[in-house]
Design a protein around this ligand. Sequence first.
Ligand code: 3VV
Length: 162
Amino acid sequence: MHYNECFGCGDDVEGGLHIQSAVAEGMVVVSQFEVTDAHQGAPGLAHGGLLACAFDEALGSTVGNLLRRPAVTGRLETDFRRPVPVGSTLHIVARLDGVAGRKIYVSADGRLDAEDGPIAVQARALFVTVGFEHFTSHGHTDAMQKFRQARTREREDWDINP
Ligand SMILES: CCCCCCCC/C=C\CCCCCCCC(=O)SCCNC(=O)CCNC(=O)[C@H](O)C(C)(C)COP(=O)(O)OP(=O)(O)OC[C@H]1O[C@@H](n2cnc3c(N)ncnc32)[C@H](O)[C@@H]1OP(=O)(O)O
């Protein structure tokens, strides 16, 4: 499940991160992020802000896939444990840590080049459940319309009144 115009996961977004996420055994969500030249900060190494973006995506996708309710990032923390070279793939495993009212706690580990590779980045986030009016009142109505039409086509089942 994704929004095709999302910088993190949209298939057609030029220069986007093109992250793919899927629910896996044990109620975790696994995502892969391939680091290219376009993602550099220091020479040959991924930019930390982009890595944070990749984790925002992986964690947001975890909320979307496991809870199927609209939510936005309230807080995102990242620990950069090892440099992430251009040409590497981050294997991100994310989990739901808890829900308290509208607050949703998630965390993730990103391993270098293999599912059991060394941990390079870790992140924790608080997502906050919002109503769909969050997107219509703060965003663009036509973007929301496109999103709804895509969801209807794919018969996605969203809790629209959380
Ligand atoms: C259209 C369909 C929708 C689904 C779309 C899915 C499509 C694809 C699916 C899946 C892939 C998804 C991948 C996306 C990944 C990227 C996600 C992003 O980057 S989102 C953009 C960046 N984030 C923002 O723009 C938020 C801006 N902030 C706000 O709008 C508000 O501040 C908001 C909604 C977060 C909270 O505002 P309030 O007025 O509604 O609620 P208050 O009362 O302030 O907070 C509620 C509770 O949360 C705590 N809280 C809020 N922010 C906190 C913070 N920063 N730190 C700690 N606690 C916080 C508060 O203390 C409160 O807790 P107490 O209930 O009192 O216990």
